[in-house]
Design a protein around this ligand. Structure first.
Ligand SMILES: NC(=O)c1ccc[n+]([C@@H]2O[C@H](COP(=O)([O-])OP(=O)(O)OC[C@H]3O[C@@H](n4cnc5c(N)ncnc54)[C@H](OP(=O)(O)O)[C@@H]3O)[C@@H](O)[C@H]2O)c1
Length: 238
């Protein structure tokens, strides 16, 4: 059984994959991650020793299957990181109404149910610090006419963390990381990239490393719970 493990949802690509890689590099904790889509990068993570659990959280019993896979392999959890996400704009939601349910499920229901189901494994950690960290979005506190459904679901996640922080103190810290622009998608065109870069004071695409720095800060801080840590390059200054 794996002791003091880290569990990351949506660890197969981009930011989630980077976090899995960094924890593997650090080699302090066993790493367990969920992925939905099989890809060579997932196999590489597994070959390096991470335990991958394939799941589509839109399927019935998905949370139960993940929880039972974790419980059968892990005896204690040092940290649980809610990273899995879907970023649908309101036009997509209008064409596909299930997208609203999918985002609410992935950003609120899944983290809530994983928190409750894995609470005992977090309490079983011998570490003086145990963490739950959720990836939200720096735009949650503002308003965006194009992403109302996405941002409302991420706001729900942000609030969920605050409530669990109060519920579980002092044993378990629960915090959010609210990223601004971290990584473009390959299909983003030059005009979009330019506009997004101009929206933050530091005006760079920082890459996944800044999220790893934030995760490390939260896990190493003995006096931080119930907060949302913005990682947004000074977007709030603009
Ligand atoms: N990248 C940014 O600039 C940025 C900005 C603001 C906030 N964030 C937040 O930071 C986090 C990571 O961002 P990212 O850009 O790396 O996200 P991403 O590329 O969209 O990856 C999201 C992950 O969630 C998984 N996922 C999506 N739907 C799922 C489902 N139904 N069941 C199971 N897994 C599912 C995906 O799995 P598969 O790929 O295996 O299908 C993927 O690994 C997210 O929470 C995001 O909202 C990122």
């Amino acid at each position: 059984m794996l002791k003091e493990a880290i569990l990351i949802t949506g660890g197969g690509r981009r930011i989630g994959r980077h976090l899995v890689e960094q924890f593997l590099e650090q080699a302090t904790h066993p790493v367990v991650f969920t992925y939905r889509t099989p890809r060579p990068e997932v196999e590489t993570l597994q070959a390096r020793g991470a335990v991958g659990i394939q799941v589509d959280f839109n399927q019935v019993d998905a949370v139960e299957r993940v929880v039972s896979a974790v419980q059968s392999q892990v005896s204690s959890l040092r940290a649980l990181i809610h990273n899995a996400s879907v970023w649908s704009d309101d036009q997509t939601v209008a064409r596909n109404p299930h997208c609203l349910t999918d985002m609410t499920r992935l950003h609120i229901e899944v983290p809530y149910r994983l928190n409750v189901a894995l609470h005992e494994l977090l309490l079983a950690s011998q570490s003086p610090m145990k963490d739950v960290i959720a990836l939200t979005d720096a735009s949650v506190d503002g308003a965006n006419g194009d992403y109302a459904a996405y941002l409302a679901s991420k706001a729900g996640l942000q609030n969920l963390s605050k409530n669990f922080a109060k519920k579980w103190a002092p044993q378990i810290k629960v915090n959010n990381i609210a990223p601004g622009l971290i990584l473009f998608h390959p299909e983003d065109d030059e005009a979009y990239r330019k506009r997004r870069l101009q929206q933050s004071a530091l005006a760079i695409e920082p890459g996944e490393a800044v999220i790893w720095q934030a995760v490390q800060y939260l896990m190493e801080s003995s006096y931080t719970t119930g907060i949302t840590l913005p990682v947004e390059g000074g977007r709030h200054l603009m």
